[in-house]
Design a protein around this ligand. Structure first.
Ligand code: HEM
Length: 183
């Protein structure tokens, strides 16, 4: 990562942030549009989504997909859906908290298994499966699923591009001494 990025001193307010963050039920066109607004193209977006090779999501973010109740619908492997429903009740005391790993095969490893999951229709969020749902980036998903080095190269390039997105105009900026907090 290049050093010296000018960061803002504070986060944007909740309303602005919500309006500019993609949602777990977004379809491909919406994801391409939102990333495009920030100068990231469909290839960048497809590579960056590969960050979901690690980490977990709460039930409320994938419930609609695994129960088939969301407006956005992408193919889902039935046995995968069934296993995720076990961790994410439709209703009940455990509520929205049931966490599931994004990547079913190697949840703790940064690799290209996320794309193999998508090819198997085992993407956790609708916005994950959107990348392999007959839209314009199916070929990239197949390529990354077969070629981990190509994914690594594109991911690194897109991360640098994302890091170069400037803070909104008019916000005071500074180079942080520690990247996770304002000076
Ligand atoms: C394509 C649009 C994206 C959408 C709709 C999206 C949505 C989400 C959602 C809903 C969660 C789960 C939050 C929770 O339940 O706690 C999540 C987690 C995560 N996302 Fe994304 N995300 C997107 C892109 C990205 C990108 C570009 C990156 C980084 C390059 C990223 C990295 C992560 C990581 C690492 C986690 C796991 C956090 C944890 O385990 O605590 N995501 N994302």
């Amino acid at each position: 990562m290049p050093l010296g990025r000018k960061d803002s001193r504070s986060a944007a307010d909740k309303k602005f942030t919500r309006a500019h963050l993609p949602s777990p039920n977004d379809n491909l066109a919406e994801l391409v549009r939102m990333f495009g607004e920030l100068g990231l193209d469909a290839r960048d977006m497809t590579a960056l989504s590969g960050a979901h090779t690690v980490g977990m999501a709460n039930c409320k973010h994938y419930r609609g997909r695994v129960y088939g109740t969301s407006d956005t619908k992408y193919n889902i492997d039935p046995s995968f859906a069934e296993s995720r429903r076990q961790m994410c009740p439709l209703q009940g005391p455990s509520g929205d908290a049931g966490k599931a790993p994004f990547d079913v095969t190697t949840p703790m490893k940064f690799d290209n298994a996320y794309y193999r999951d998508l090819v198997a229709h085992q993407g956790l969020l609708n916005s994950d499966q959107a990348l392999y749902g007959g839209g314009g980036v199916d070929n990239l998903v197949e390529m990354y699923s077969a070629d981990g080095d190509a994914f690594g190269r594109d991911f690194a390039k897109a991360m640098v591009k994302m890091g170069n997105i400037p803070p909104p105009k008019g916000m005071p900026t500074e180079v942080r001494l520690q990247c996770s907090k304002a000076n």
